[in-house]
Design a protein around this ligand. Structure first.
Ligand code: C2E
Ligand code: CA
Ligand code: CA
Length: 513
């Protein structure tokens, strides 16, 4: 039983840990998902902001281009140069303004140097409008976007300062790296312009500008997204471990409860939790030990020792009592058979049985096994049937009783006086013992009428000429009152309470030898 309990507790702990881990795993998945979602939507939001800012800068460039458009194709006079310079001064983010012919190949007028002549390679303009440059001739290490405004053969070239651009990228690069992509060139948040493939930077989320041919790209690193869990799922981080603990605890408790009372009894049978308690029966004259009654107890792992009224009615009704009695008989046998020679002569063991036991013949085998175990010194096996629920005679009961009789088993009618057994009934079942119900014994000495009732019951029992047992004797008064009747056996707390088999051995077999 002890081992079964340990195993059960282990199973409960294991199941609770599994439940806890499942919830935590679910939590990890959920936290990871929330963080990913958070990073993605955060990146989307930042991309929107970046595009808005870059669009605004390019719109400024376009504005400057519009302002100098009237001078395009005209000679690069002092006035024109001044106007170009004025635009640089008043339009934000614009660093250079050049006028060019031959579709931008030939720059003929610049804000910085005035009239000049220089051929540039214009093949890389994306969509004929934008070019990302790591620097120009004046500031070679300072990135910029060249914005081209084409007007037939002529064009206006505006340089937009990269400083502001990478500042924007830098500011928005929390949790994910932001880059600005124009054609196959891209600028990182530090302002460096690259041409190499950047796909290894993480998951790519991009936003195209609706107005200009560029994209802002955010790279989300899902492998390192655990760094951000606290930002995106702080509640889950706390909630799931708590939920795991709670579910683990509930699982542990739920597995501890076996469920319905019937399921609990079944589990009790499986775990061998039903045990015998032994109450001594003494002879009516010298009060010497002559036998015992075996009373069932349920050693419940959580609820402790349960008395019979908690479970016997359901056990009898469901038929589970048969298996429970079998286990109890076996346990009694295992304890006392090795001590058979220490038992008094003609010692009897009385077991309580009920109607369920008469459904088949298994009782017979159990009785035989019990009797056979005491070959060293034979004992008397008594089966107690209560008068409260009389057994309905049938062919099966008839042949079972006959077989029991052949085996030498004696039958006692328990709780005599509380039911309605007739003389024919007593003869049909070959009743050997009558156990006068303890309610009558309890009335002894209370009043004259009660005394009269007790006298009548004893007289009735005596008339039936059977072995009489008085049970429920608690006081000396009761013992004295019964003495003149010379009853065969006496049983009650006065002589000994029901006790564990080992204690019965100590109190009644070892000390009293
Ligand atoms: P029962 O067969 O009439 O058993 C006698 C009951 O009276 C026992 O209660 C016993 O502990 C109690 N008793 C004995 N001496 C005294 C006394 O001096 N004063 C008082 N107040 N009580 C005393 P227990 O063990 O609680 O059993 C109650 C009933 O449960 C039994 O009544 C019996 O009907 C049933 N029962 C017990 N064990 C089994 C069993 O193995 N199988 C079946 N079918 N029924 C059982
Ligand atoms: Ca009994
Ligand atoms: Ca009784």
């Amino acid at each position: 039983m002890f081992r079964a309990n340990i195993n059960k507790t282990r199973t409960r702990i294991a199941a609770s840990i599994i439940a806890f881990l499942l919830i935590v795993a679910l939590g990890i998945f959920s936290v990871s998902w929330q963080t990913s979602q958070g990073l993605n939507s955060d990146a989307q939001e930042r991309l929107g902001m970046a595009v808005q800012q870059v669009d605004m800068m390019l719109a400024n460039a376009q504005k400057a281009a519009k302002a100098v458009e009237p001078y395009l194709g005209k000679p690069c006079t002092q006035d024109v140069v001044l106007e170009l310079r004025r635009q640089i001064a008043i339009v934000p983010n614009v660093r250079t303004i050049n006028l060019a012919t031959e579709r931008g190949k030939n720059i003929y007028c610049t804000a910085l140097f005035g009239p000049r002549s220089g051929v540039i390679d214009n093949n890389h303009y994306v969509d004929n409008r934008l070019l990302l440059m790591s620097g120009n001739e004046i500031t070679p290490n300072h990135p910029l976007i060249a914005f081209r405004d084409l007007h037939g053969e002529n064009s206006i070239l505006i340089g937009v300062d990269g400083y502001y651009l990478h500042n924007i990228l830098n500011l928005l690069s929390t949790h994910s790296q932001m880059t600005l992509q124009i054609g196959d060139q891209w600028m990182d948040a530090q302002g460096k312009v690259h041409k190499t493939d950047n796909n290894n930077m993480g998951e790519r989320i991009q936003r195209n500008s609706a107005h200009y041919p560029y994209q802002v790209v955010a790279f989300v690193h899902h492998s390192s997204h655990w760094r951000y869990v606290l930002d995106y799922s702080p509640i889950s981080l706390f909630l799931f471990p708590m939920l795991g603990l709670f579910v683990g605890f509930i699982t542990f408790m739920a597995l501890g409860r076996v469920g319905t009372p019937l399921a609990m009894i079944k589990a009790g049978i499986a775990n061998q939790e039903f045990i015998p308690y032994v109450q001594p029966v003494v002879d009516g004259t010298h009060h010497q030990l002559t036998g015992c009654e075996i009373l069932m107890r349920w050693q419940h792992p959580q609820m402790g020792l349960r008395p019979p009224y908690h479970f016997i009615p359901l056990a009898e009704e469901s038929g589970l009592i048969v298996e429970m009695t079998r286990q109890m008989m076996a346990k009694t046998r295992d304890v006392y058979a090795p001590l058979a020679t220490q038992l008094p002569d003609h010692f009897h063991f009385a077991f309580n049985i009920c109607a369920s036991h008469f459904k088949d013949f298994s009782l017979l085998q159990d009785c035989k096994a019990f009797i056979d175990a005491f070959k060293a010194k034979p004992i008397i096996l008594v089966l107690e049937l209560t008068e409260r629920e009389l057994i309905v005679p049938s062919d099966t009961t008839d042949s079972l009783f006959k077989a029991l009789r052949r085996l030498g088993v004696l039958i006692a009618l328990d709780d005599f006086g509380t039911g309605h057994s007739s003389l024919t009934y007593l003869q049909k079942f070959h009743i050997d013992f009558l156990k006068i119900d303890q309610s009558f014994i309890g009335r002894i000495g209370t009043d004259a009428l009660s005394g009269h009732i007790v006298d009548n019951v004893i007289a009735l029992a005596k008339r039936l000429d059977m072995v009489i047992v008085a049970e429920g004797i608690e006081t000396q008064t009761q013992v004295d009152y019964l003495a003149p009747y010379r009853l065969d056996y006496l049983q009650g707390y006065f002589f000994g309470k029901p006790m564990p088999p080992e204690e019965f051995i100590r109190q009644w077999l070892e000390l009293k030898r």
